[in-house]
Design a protein around this ligand. Structure first.
Ligand SMILES: Nc1ncnc2c1ncn2[C@@H]1O[C@H](COP(=O)(O)OP(=O)(O)O)[C@@H](O)[C@H]1O
Ligand SMILES: [Mg+2]
Length: 209
């Protein structure tokens, strides 16, 4: 039974696909089997994987939405679901099958409002099933900026679960997207950040089960 991790934020450009792909590479390197389901019409993650020359990413399985009934039935250790920047019925169905929801968030009002929508959506839903924890990850940050710590403090005050790991703004993330590889072997600091984030995610999933 696959553990399902969904990347969601109704704001486009927050880093859903970037974190999804790089986390997939880290999980593969750690010895797990991984599949990706790309619910975005633009198929950014799917194209990234199918066009890749990256040894780790080429081991990621692609699942077509049409093939899938229950996300947990996919026979891999982790099913990572990338979503588009809006709340769709299809996406809602998968949010409720998730062990963890990761909401990447830029240090911008629109992104923070966007992640808030995911929280509201889950809270207001009538589904009786257990709701997955939401982990908000600040992405594209400048770690030296005082605005970052202010935003983190504010989010925590509002009851948002903010990841200890923030992902820095780095050109390598955009370059690896264009070159269809992961940051592993491309940029050491970026790799370390994704490893730390993946470990946080794994610990959260473990503590829920
Ligand atoms: N930490 C980062 N540093 C630099 N560029 C980033 C970072 N995260 C994402 N990007 C770039 O920002 C753009 C949007 O990211 P993407 O992952 O496609 O967002 P989403 O899937 O949420 O729409 C892409 O061009 C990507 O390469
Ligand atoms: Mg995307």
């Amino acid at each position: 039974m696959a553990k399902v991790v969904t990347f969601a934020n109704v704001k486009g450009g927050s880093g859903k696909s970037t974190l999804c792909i790089n986390m997939a590479a880290i999980l593969i390197r750690a010895g797990y089997s991984v599949a990706i389901l790309d619910l975005d019409q633009q198929k950014c993650s799917q194209d990234w994987i199918t066009g890749t020359k990256d040894k780790l990413l080429s081991r990621v399985e692609i699942i077509e939405p049409a093939e899938l009934k229950a996300a947990e039935d996919v026979e891999v250790d982790f099913l990572l679901i990338d979503t588009q920047g809006s709340l769709t019925k299809e996406m809602a169905q998968f949010l409720f099958q998730s062990s963890l929801i990761i909401t990447p968030c830029r240090v911008s009002r629109d992104d923070i409002v966007g992640q808030g929508w995911i929280e509201v959506f889950l809270k207001q839903s009538n589904q009786n099933s257990k709701k997955a924890p939401i982990l908000t990850v600040l992405n594209g940050v400048n770690k030296r900026s005082s605005i970052l710590s202010h935003v983190i403090e504010q989010l925590k005050e509002d009851g948002v679960q903010v990841a200890e790991t923030c992902i820095s703004q780095r050109v390598c993330f955009a370059e690896t997207n264009v070159n269809k590889v992961s940051v592993i072997g491309y940029n050491k600091q970026a790799t370390e950040e994704i490893v730390d984030l993946t470990n946080e995610a794994l610990n959260l999933i473990k503590s829920e089960t």
